[in-house]
Design a binder for this molecule. Structure first.
Ligand code: ZN
Length: 59
């Protein structure tokens, strides 16, 4: 098993962890009812429709 030859500094450790913790942007899809961007598999917050039916009443 390979063993590290030198201790890595705090800055290097934090830089690696920082690079690996970059948040991925939320997935987007477009509502077929109103065309607004929405989360996939979620009821549209703009018009309240999902799968062609009104699920929640939106004023
Ligand atoms: Zn919609």
């Amino acid at each position: 098993m390979a063993v590290p030859k030198n201790k890595k500094g705090r800055a290097r450790t934090h830089a690696r962890r920082s690079a690996n913790s970059v948040l991925t942007p939320a997935a987007r899809s477009v509502c077929p009812q109103c065309g607004e961007p929405k989360l996939p598999h979620y009821v549209c917050a703009n018009c309240g429709y999902y799968d062609g039916r009104e699920i929640i009443a939106v004023e």
